[in-house]
Design a protein around this ligand. Sequence first.
Ligand SMILES: *[C@@H]1O[C@H](CO)[C@@H](O)[C@H](O)[C@H]1NC(C)=O
Ligand SMILES: *[C@@H]1O[C@H](CO)[C@@H](O)[C@H](O)[C@H]1NC(C)=O
Length: 438
Amino acid sequence: MSSSAQASQPYKANPKQTVLTFLITLTIFSLVAYFTFFPLRPSLLLRRLHRKLPKPFYRLFGRISHALQPLLVHFSAPTDLAVAIRSFSDYSFAQQAALDAKWRSFERMGKRHRRLGQKLGWRAKLESVEGKLEANSRVTDELAALGMERARKEGVPLGLGMRSRFARQDGRVVEVLKHFVRDWSAEGKSERDALFPPILEALEKEFPKRDGAEELDVLVPGCGLARLAYEIASLGFSVEANDFSHFMNLASSLIFNRTQSINQHTIHPYLHSFSHHRSIENMLRPISFPDVVPPKGIDLHFEPGDFLKLFPEKETHSAVVTLFFIDTASNLCDYLETIWRVLKPGGIWINEGPLLYYGNPGMALPLEDVIRLAELMGFVIEDRRTLNDSKYTADDEGMYSFAYHCEFWVARKPVNSLKPPPPTSSNASPSSAATPSQ
Ligand SMILES: *[C@@H]1O[C@H](CO)[C@@H](O)[C@H](O)[C@H]1NC(C)=O
Ligand SMILES: *[C@@H]1O[C@H](CO)[C@@H](O)[C@H](O)[C@H]1NC(C)=O
């Protein structure tokens, strides 16, 4: 009995076993089918899995860190102003440290080679660089002093202890010195002439009458050292200039509040790098600024700080002008929505620049998608073209240069824009599409 029962056992269908067998067969079949239809090397498959698997986690962490952002701000001291002050006031110290490394490298060479260096006057050259640093630090010291004044006036906590020492950003000081050349010196004229005319012409064409009868408010976010904002104001517009960076804001303040005469300041902006110089004279050559002193009565106002927070009111400006700006956004949608909100119906947004994305923005879109995004928000692109090469804080006498091929466009917020065109893509959320018209 028992033996016959045992013998018949294997022929009885065991439901668990059947399912397992089915699953194993299915898996093997799927794998064979997968590799037949998508002949992949296993490493490629792994890479694909590696790309796909973490996505739900990115989504989760993105949501959480978005929710925590207001809290995290309190731990992210020191402020940009404190960092700017520290960086300007330590300019000499930081540059001297870089030069010290040059001295050490030279002294590490063998005696015979140092003698050759001596014939080339290398030590004297290093000394002359040190001398010119002093001239630059006269300007950076003044910027630091302006920063202290502003911090006192606005009650900004400076946190000038160790934290800001470590937060020093020497590169941004050098950048400011080069921006004085670009924006406010005769040498920078060629860079300005490659970029300003299309913007100024578009404004003049759009607003031929600037007699004060109509309020023509132009907003220039990311104004840097504000030369463009100044040129727009000179055409008879009322201009609000905004920049987030206190490095830039303090430098504008030097031009607009501490400068009485043409070429009052002199710097040596090219001594920070030893590369690409044809001669030490080129490297150390002085540049004076400003080439014009902005008159006091000009209708130009500064709003330092976060562009996204400073202009909460709707429909306040006739035009918004962005030059080398939109690629600084951590979320381009926020920038475009803000531009949309502050524009009066019928107002224009003029943009010019490349797409040099900073950090890790929400979307680092290619140009065609930036345009498409603007259209999804309701803008109508009216004029668009690619500009000739434009250099950026280049040394015209050096052995190196690069150029941007900037895109220029004029986009209008239509008068009847209560309903922006419906997004064509089905997964665009209705709330984001509705925001601009609020
Ligand atoms: C110049 O000083 C005035 C008064 O302190 C200030 O309102 C203005 O913003 C300053 N200009 C710049 C460019 O910082
Ligand atoms: C751009 O380059 C072309 C060809 O080199 C030249 O004819 C034109 O004047 C330039 N445009 C501007 C705005 O400089």
